[in-house]
Ligand binder design. Structure first.
Ligand code: HEC
Ligand code: HEC
Length: 143
């Protein structure tokens, strides 16, 4: 009997101490786990009509340059269409006064456009003026 009371008291003490040190969990996304995700606010891409802004400085040597201009009005790149090539392609870049495709976008032996580069926005992305989601201490290798 005495032993049972001791065990009971010890258990009670554990619960009381446990409760005292209990801090409610605050989830990183600031909502209850079961709550549905809030739709993020819609942000517009920075950049205006091509030809009206400087290019964005690169931060590391093999970086695909960021797209400085708006892209919202362009058609999506599809299997048969690529509006980016209308300005950046080898046949048009001079008259469109646009930066030429990188040398790496051509097959070295034949000088033909390398079709593996067809999906431009897989590597080149437009920019949004938004605060960084996490602290970023990245330092590039371009002086
Ligand atoms: C109407 C012509 C035009 C079209 C279409 C166009 N661009 Fe551009 N692009 C330009 C011009 C001009 C610049 C030079 C910067 C500026 O004025 O915006 C440029 C700059 C760039 C740069 C920066 C190059 C560097 O050296 O920093 C990239 C990358 C780029 N464009 C990718 C694209 C992609 C990808 C598409 C298709 C989604 C596209 N562009 C469609 C004209 C065009
Ligand atoms: C697999 C990734 C990839 C794809 C796909 C790609 N690029 Fe690039 N692009 C790069 C990289 C990396 C560079 C910078 C180094 C270089 O020239 O290879 C670059 C450079 C450029 C430049 C600047 C060239 C210079 O030297 O100043 C332009 C303009 C450009 N790309 C446009 C395009 C367009 C338009 C397309 C689609 C037809 C495209 N790229 C597809 C990775 C890519």
């Amino acid at each position: 009997m005495k032993k049972t009371v001791t065990i009971l008291l010890a258990s009670l003490l554990t619960v009381v101490v446990g409760c005292a040190s209990y801090e409610p969990l605050v989830s990183m996304r600031g909502a209850d786990v079961a709550a549905a995700d809030k739709a993020p606010g819609e942000l517009v891409y920075a950049g205006k009509r091509p030809g009206t802004q400087p290019v964005i400085a690169r931060t590391f040597s093999t970086q695909p340059p960021l797209i400085p201009h708006a892209v919202d009005n362009f058609d999506e790149v599809t299997l048969t269409e690529n509006q980016c090539m209308d300005c950046h392609g080898p046949a048009n870049y001079v008259k469109k006064n646009s930066p030429k495709l990188g040398d790496s976008h051509f097959i070295a032996a034949t000088k033909a456009f390398d079709p593996s580069r067809h999906n431009c926005t897989q590597c080149h992305v437009p920019q949004v003026d938004a605060p960084a989601l996490v602290e970023n201490r990245f330092i590039g290798n371009i002086k």
